[in-house]
Ligand binder design. Structure first.
Ligand code: UDP
Length: 197
């Protein structure tokens, strides 16, 4: 994507439509793609967090969540971001097209019970949607291995990771090579809580 550097962090200059088109392309590929949706707070954190900054720099798609990111871009003459692409809305938009695109989701994160409730609510909202597994976000580092096996066995191709920033970004980066069937891993912050209602 065409990148615009906001506070030292490159963000893709994409519209919502372009972002969900990218995700669709990613699912047709043969490797995992990393998608992040930093808000201004995360961008500020990344400036002081080498690890997070490096992860965002290497990601396949980084969308400007939060109007503050778009406004910040307006101060960079000639480099205004096209629009805000909120992570929550972007994920909802993929769900609208999930059945026809063969998307299979795995929800990882939030407090026990929330990912499951989010899955139930999404099944009501998007009939036929395949949410093939869930796991809460309060696990020990040594449990990651077992969770990854479950993700791989589920047949999911889209993984939503809601562990908060920068925990979710680091978890995705550390485990990306073990996610054999996932084609898109998205850091979604508090989105599962919102979906659960
Ligand atoms: N979360 C989690 N495991 C953790 C820490 C947080 O699953 O170890 C979940 C938390 O329950 C919430 C989500 O991460 O659903 C996002 O948390 P927060 O709102 O703090 O992060 P942000 O949206 O600011 O990235």
């Amino acid at each position: 994507c065409e990148k615009i550097v906001i506070m030292d962090i490159p963000v893709c200059n994409v519209t919502m439509r372009e972002a969900i088109g990218q995700i669709q392309q990613f699912t047709k590929g043969d490797k995992v793609h990393l998608v992040f949706t930093p808000n201004p707070e995360i961008i500020m954190t990344a400036r002081e967090n080498e690890r997070l900054s490096s992860i965002l720099n290497k990601a396949d798609l980084v969308v400007p969540d939060g109007i503050g990111v778009v406004i910040a871009s307006k101060f960079l003459r000639g480099n205004t971001l096209k629009e805000r692409v909120a992570g929550y809305d972007m994920v909802q938009n993929t769900m609208k097209e999930a059945v026809s695109n063969g998307y299979k989701y795995y929800f990882l994160g939030s407090k026990p019970g929330i990912a499951n409730k989010a899955a139930e609510e999404m099944r009501k909202l998007y009939p036929g949607i395949q949410i093939v597994g869930t796991h809460d976000g309060y696990f020990k580092p040594e449990e990651s291995e077992r969770i990854i096996e479950a993700i791989n066995a589920s047949g999911a191709n889209i993984l939503l990771v809601a562990l908060g920033a920068p925990k979710q970004e680091i978890w995705i980066e550390e485990n990306k090579d073990k996610l054999t069937h996932i084609r898109v891993a998205i850091g979604v912050g508090g989105s599962l809580d919102v979906m659960a209602g």
